[in-house]
Design a protein around this ligand. Sequence first.
Ligand SMILES: Cc1cc2nc3c(=O)[nH]c(=O)nc-3n(C[C@H](O)[C@H](O)[C@H](O)COP(=O)(O)OP(=O)(O)OC[C@H]3O[C@@H](n4cnc5c(N)ncnc54)[C@H](O)[C@@H]3O)c2cc1C
Length: 442
Amino acid sequence: MKTAPSLPPSLWAAVTKPPMAFSPLVGARSVDVVIIGAGFTGLSAALHLRRAGVETMVIEAAEPGWGASGRNNGQVIPTLSRIDPDAILARHRVAGERFVGLIRDSAQHLFDLIGDERINAEAEQTGWVQPVHSPDRMKLAERRAAQWTKAGAKVALLSRDEMISKLGSAAHGTDAWHGGWWAPSGGHINPLALARGLARAVTERGGIIHTQSPVIAYGRGGARWVVTAPEGRVDARALIVATNATTSMFSERLAPAMAREMVTVTSWQMATQPIPESIRASLLPERNAVSDTRGELRFMRYDARHRLVTGGSVIGQQSAGSRLQALVGKRLAATFPQLSGLPGGVRFDYVWNGPIGMTRDGLPHIHMIGPDGYAWTGCNGRGVALALSIGREFARGVLGASRADLALPFTEIQPIRFYGIAQRLAPFALLAARRRDRRELA
Ligand SMILES: Cc1cc2nc3c(=O)[nH]c(=O)nc-3n(C[C@H](O)[C@H](O)[C@H](O)COP(=O)(O)OP(=O)(O)OC[C@H]3O[C@@H](n4cnc5c(N)ncnc54)[C@H](O)[C@@H]3O)c2cc1C
């Protein structure tokens, strides 16, 4: 068992109101539902359970939002990253349609939840845009827009000219985009503010949250779930394991098979100095959230203080900071020549990172782990809106909705074979993606 660290520095940690005070779990307790992990999944499940009046306890190793939920780019995206509706339906014939509906509505669900709970998460529902960087990729945009339209989503294709005027003025001669598509229900948030706001909402509705309490293990004790932390123990009727990409970080005994269903990669995030209005007028003038289709993803959005929040990945996580800053700064300036107007050029005031769980098939893996027991892993980099909706569905399951009624395609836990090798090779997928992107532009 590892000790719980404090939240690392980041833009979100610097600008977000401090969290409420919580205490560790001490002694033996008995509750109806216990949830391990206070990210978007665990907190959404807890909130929906408290709305239904169910006794709920969340046990968190560090603090709410400590995992991916408090460190991400904050893009609210109603799609998966690589897998489109037809592939979901082909893989999951029974629950696939309901799951596609869950993803389609996930961004709206997030913004509605923020409104209903009056959470100040710096939310901007300005739409999520996926530009394409080569003419050939337009086929991908057309396929995605068509499949999501068929699934009932209000999305639209964007021509080259429409994309250029949406993201960066043609007057600046940018030829980075060849069109694409967009989902107006998307947008962006301050993710740490959302995690802390959800924790407050759970507490105000009578939910219990214990922090600094890394769970060592869980199991069945008679007809109940039993969850053990360093100084306490809880038994419960129902259990939700909401630890996602951090599943093995605090205890390798927690859920070892589930932890091996995904490899984890480090995603670096960085925020520029505030961009002046004179440049913003022609750089993401609609303040959309943007992530493209490259294998080596390019993504960006403004925060509430007009910083561009962007980032990337690099092989060799420890020394990534300065190397990656130079690369991302160069790419940003090439995409948006307007930025040459910044005195001293693009500067990154905040740089931080977080773990993303990648599954082999690109799908989230969602499990029933026993009677009234639920878990999932593998957001593949698209989990802000998704985690909240999956948390809501877990709550519905705990409240008695039948398996056939839930919008969740359950699978058996299937650890990746030769896991150690797969994890060691994971960062090198970036090299292949980089090569593929270059080939397409050649
Ligand atoms: C850098 C980065 C950028 C991203 N950008 C985006 C984006 O822009 N848009 C998007 O849609 N998705 C994005 N994602 C993905 C998204 O952030 C995640 O999918 C989502 O936050 C997952 O939420 P979660 O609650 O399931 O997991 P987490 O937020 O990781 O929460 C898991 C919690 O479990 C706790 N925990 C772990 N082990 C234990 C234990 N033994 N005992 C008790 N508690 C434990 C952890 O401390 C953590 O707080 C990004 C992810 C990263 C890392």
